[in-house]
Design a protein around this ligand. Structure first.
Ligand code: PLI
Length: 460
């Protein structure tokens, strides 16, 4: 029996969920083009599509919504938002955006010019797409341990420092406007980056004058992993660890829909005066005035309060143990999962789950479809459908290192009984795996963000 911590909260408001029939689910999948992004949410029993913006806010956050000041400029909530982020990051300029990808767009449209390289441990899909849309080239430099799903390694989000240095020498520092570091590393399994690696990355890039920006969506989960896994940090508070992490950053982009514990929101924070000026100008053009950036006053308040709450160590201990609880249930039944479990999700190794389906036939998507059909659970593919792309030079299709199915846990939403149901359902799919079939894209295969819009069908 896996260990778990009880939820450190009581449930005050509930939202009913319902299961529809197998026949209805079959019909809905067909109508959705076998793409679960197209399924209406009331046709989903348990929704593990994403942990982004799907969390339950606390009573303190809901109370904060009522204190929303909807003045156009310099509303009360802006000052709270700015203070919360400044205390967290220590960075000079705080620039609000309506969500993370808007922050990415503002950053890359300002710094990336044609052919410029932007390294990361692993870029998330919107980060990658925003870099490409602005003429840049995203590069993934995660350590080799991070590419082996079955390997137990404490910091699989770390960057390969030798590769980083080689990339800088090969392309030239003038062609690398910024180094990104995603904490935790979502595309690589929600895996953390160690303080030591953050320091090493900073040391290398600062020698070449390249700024280090965090993609900080899940900074608190990353800090908690440092506390429990990295030697010498066990007695340091998460707040102190967060402070140290950000002391190495020249800036960050953040979606507050994750560790901001809010349903919408984001920001860029940075130290560089002239870059901040250029980004602020673009902000007014595409997001909104400098003190709301696309958010309502009440949303600014919810984010400010969420950023304060997320560093509560009882919450983080429960959060990380809830993910582990689901992972342990699956692992005990022999389901291949990415190990160790990460901060916000359990990732199933889809290629190992279905060895009979080649990468070109989207094994992860086939599993996503099967899990919805069998159990009404929505998950998401993070693999060939999301990331396989044509190499612009050779014209060959480049497949990602991992084909994963992510079971993302919304924050403070599902109980351990829900998770037992999820585990039981996936174990059934595992025992039936030989009957699963490969898939092909029938529409929208060329888009950089095709996983959101593609329609698929089974191969013959
Ligand atoms: O969904 P946004 O635009 O607020 O944030 C974009 C984004 C940026 N970086 C990282 C690491 C993310 O995980 C991310 C969004 N993630 C989503 C939507 C997810 O389902 O994981």
């Amino acid at each position: 029996m896996p260990n778990y911590l009880p939820e450190p909260f009581r449930i005050k408001v509930v939202e009913p969920i319902h299961m529809i029939t197998l026949e209805e689910r079959r019909r809905i999948l067909e109508k959705a083009g076998y793409n679960v992004f197209n399924i209406p949410s009331d046709k989903i029993y348990i929704d593990l599509l994403t942990d982004s913006g799907t969390g339950a806010m606390s009573d303190r956050q809901w109370a904060g919504l009522n204190l929303g000041d909807e003045s156009y400029a310099h509303c009360r909530n802006w000052f709270h938002f700015e203070k919360a982020i400044r205390e967290l990051t220590g960075l000079k300029y705080i620039i609000p955006t309506h969500q993370g990808r808007a922050a990415e767009n503002l950053l890359f449209s300002t710094v990336a010019k044609d052919g410029m390289i932007i390294p990361n441990n692993n870029h998330f899909d919107t980060t990658r797409a925003n870099i490409i849309a602005n003429g840049g080239v995203p590069l993934d430099l995660v350590i080799d341990e991070g590419k082996d799903p079955s390997l137990e390694y404490p910091f699989k989000g770390n960057v390969n420092i030798t590769k980083l240095e080689n990339v800088i020498k090969e392309y030239g520092k003038e062609n690398i406007p910024v180094m990104m570091l995603t904490i935790t590393n979502n595309s690589g399994g929600g895996q953390p980056v160690s303080i030591k690696n953050i320091k090493d990355v900073k040391e290398v890039v600062s020698r070449y004058g390249i700024p280090l920006f965090f993609d900080a969506c899940r900074f608190a989960e990353n800090a908690y992993f440092i506390k429990i896994r990295e030697e010498g940090h066990g007695n340091t508070s998460v707040k102190e660890i967060v402070k140290e992490m950000f002391s190495y950053a020249d800036g960050c982009t953040m979606s507050a829909k994750k560790d901001g514990l809010a349903n919408i929101g984001g920001f860029i924070a940075l130290n560089n005066d002239s870059l901040a000026e250029r980004i602020k100008e673009r902000l007014i053009l595409i997001e909104g005035f400098l003190t709301y950036g696309g958010m309502a006053g009440r949303d600014l308040e919810a984010v400010a309060r969420g950023l304060e709450e997320v560093m509560d160590e009882d919450y983080l201990a429960y959060r990380i143990s809830q993910v582990k609880f689901l992972g342990d249930l699956l692992e005990e039944a022999g389901v291949p999962i990415l190990k160790p479990t990460g901060g916000h999700a359990v990732y199933i190794d889809a290629r190992k789950f279905m060895e009979h389906i080649p990468q070109s036939q989207f094994p992860g998507q086939s599993l996503v479809v099967s899990i919805y059909l069998q159990a009404g659970i929505r998950t998401v593919e993070i693999g060939s459908l999301m990331f396989a792309h044509k190499d612009p030079r050779s014209g060959e299709i480049v497949y990602p290192d991992l084909d994963l199915v992510r079971l993302a846990l919304p924050r403070r939403v599902y109980t351990s009984a829900h998770l037992r149901y999820v585990a039981d359902s996936i174990i059934k799919s595992y025992n039936n795996r030989k009957n699963l079939r490969g898939m092909k894209i029938v529409e929208h295969g060329e888009s950089n963000l095709r996983h959101f819009i593609a329609r698929l069908y089974f191969v013959d």
